[in-house]
Design a protein around this ligand. Structure first.
Ligand SMILES: [Cu+2]
Length: 169
């Protein structure tokens, strides 16, 4: 009699746990149809962007690239979180000296590549907060304005190249 009672009490309770086992259902999300460009929206192609590395204490450097717009536009503004001030610059001979200066905008004629390169147009990053080293990536936002005055932003992730780099190849 004693043996039978013990057997009854020791019945395993395990089935309670197996009942909660469940195969994790894979949640399949449809691609979200946001951010797709509208038909016929002006496009700008950015080729070979790079930022020249800085050395410790250096507060300014340039960003370079080739911009090609499919319809006439202007580069009217540039921004970057790594720099306190960002300007669009040109280089010009003034009294026999090559100088750079800020320009309010840079025209991008339809279908014609405009080169921003050392010695010419560039995006000037000033009041740089910390040293920019080769291998880093710098976010830069370009603001473009079309003939219709509509503005749009282009977000870039720009690689930092060596201090002595002249162009990416
Ligand atoms: Cu400059």
């Amino acid at each position: 009699m004693i043996a039978t009672l013990r057997s009854t009490l020791s019945r395993p309770l395990a089935p309670l746990f197996t009942a909660t086992r469940r195969t994790a259902a894979a949640l399949v999300l449809s691609p979200v149809l946001l951010g797709l460009p509208l038909a016929a929206q002006a496009q700008v192609t950015v080729k070979d962007p790079w930022v020249r590395a800085t050395v410790a204490g250096q507060k300014a450097t340039g960003a370079f690239m080739t911009l090609t717009a499919d319809s006439a536009q202007s580069l009217v503004e540039a921004r970057s979180p790594v720099a306190g001030v960002v300007e669009i610059h040109e280089m010009k001979m003034e009294g026999g000296v090559m100088r750079m200066r800020a320009i309010p905008s840079l025209s991008l004629p339809a279908g014609k590549g405009v080169s921003l390169a050392p010695g010419g147009y560039h995006v000037m990053l000033m009041d740089i907060k910390s040293e920019l080293k080769q291998g880093q990536t710098v976010p830069i936002t370009l603001v473009l304005e079309g003939a219709d005055r509509q503005r749009k932003s282009v977000e870039l992730q720009v690689p930092v190249m060596a201090v002595n780099a002249s162009a990416p190849k």
